[in-house]
Design a protein around this ligand. Structure first.
Ligand SMILES: [Zn+2]
Ligand SMILES: [Zn+2]
Ligand SMILES: [Zn+2]
Length: 313
């Protein structure tokens, strides 16, 4: 069954109501109390914890929460999925202070040129940029950027800069993988795929093409129809998940899962030489060639980025 635009519109209306419900301190404290409680809470326990002096209103506030965020079970009150998600989202951002982490040198070299790489965190996003080449994307990013995405500050706790970058790669994979399969990792909604294609792509010595201002000629844009969560990735990422391509990498001595788990300057040859081209535009057909040593694997993909064929040459 396909949901209609009306259903989506109704969803947005109820989202507005849901936000309105959260605009009250007693209710937010109730969510946190339920989060901290290991078992379902009775009305009396909750009221004692959250609003001991409140005589009449607590029941009203709790009633509001049961519309979206809290469920009343036979054993007591528990958080619903949306309630857990709200608390988790808040905790991810506030478990540590959001002070920026200034740029400093990484103990790893740039994947693309072997130059000096530095990492920073602006309180919400982690960035890695190269001080010697143009990185992967120009546009609105600082020179040399090759990693820049949302990474909650909780991810910095107890990790070195290098470990935080590894964790960010793992997180990135874990968001992109379901999107490649059409499922939004944030809301489970349907994901649409579109392409940014540079018609006259040529990479200059800096590493970027002056026309599209990026390193790669085709970008896949994944966007959730429902919550608008989106991710951009070089089109060729989609080829790397095919078992025959994974086997090809394994045959050549690469034993980390890709894309981009533990990609370092030392093993960057495994992605640096990849080329991608548009074979047809209506519908889209793509060809990705991945050479390692004196062998290559050639992958054909369709407009959904499903792999149509894989051949070694
Ligand atoms: Zn570089
Ligand atoms: Zn270009
Ligand atoms: Zn979504």
């Amino acid at each position: 069954m396909e949901r209609s635009a009306d259903t989506l519109e109704a969803g947005r209306t109820s989202a507005a109501e849901a936000f309105a419900i959260l605009g009250n301190e007693t209710r937010v404290r109730t969510l946190l109390a339920l989060w901290e409680s290991e078992e379902p809470s009775s009305f009396a326990t909750l009221r004692r914890t959250v609003a001991p002096d409140d005589k009449g209103n607590f029941s009203y506030h709790l009633g509001k929460l049961t519309e979206h965020f809290v469920e009343k079970t036979d054993d007591g009150y528990v958080l619903r999925l949306a309630g857990e998600q709200v608390v988790r989202a808040v905790l991810a951002g506030t478990i540590v202070d959001n002070d920026p982490l200034p740029a400093d040198e990484l103990g790893e070299r740039c994947v693309y040129c072997g130059g000096r790489a530095e990492m920073s965190h602006d309180g919400e996003r982690i960035s890695v940029r190269c001080t010697d080449c143009a990185g992967v994307v120009g546009r609105e990013f600082p020179d040399g950027t090759y990693m820049h995405y949302g990474f909650p500050p909780a991810g910095l706790v107890g990790r070195t800069r290098e470990e935080a970058v590894d964790a960010a790669h793992v997180l990135y994979d874990s968001k992109l993988s379901p999107m490649m399969k059409g499922v939004c990792p944030e809301c489970a909604g349907r994901v649409s795929l579109s392409f940014d294609v540079c018609d006259d792509h040529h990479v200059e010595e800096s590493g970027l093409c002056p026309r599209c201002d990026t390193r790669f000629s085709v970008w896949a844009r994944y966007e959730c129809d429902h919550c608008k969560y989106d991710r951009n990735a070089a089109m060729w990422f989609a080829a790397l998940n095919h078992p025959a391509v994974i086997a090809f990498y394994h045959d050549h001595g690469f034993d980390e899962t890709i894309p981009f788990r533990k990609l370092t300057w030392e093993n960057a040859e495994y992605v640096r030489e990849i080329t991608q081209e548009v074979i047809d535009t209506d519908p889209y057909r793509f060809r990705v060639r991945i050479p390692i040593d004196d062998e290559a694997v050639v992958v054909h993909l369709d407009e959904r980025l499903d792999v149509r064929s894989v051949e070694r040459e």
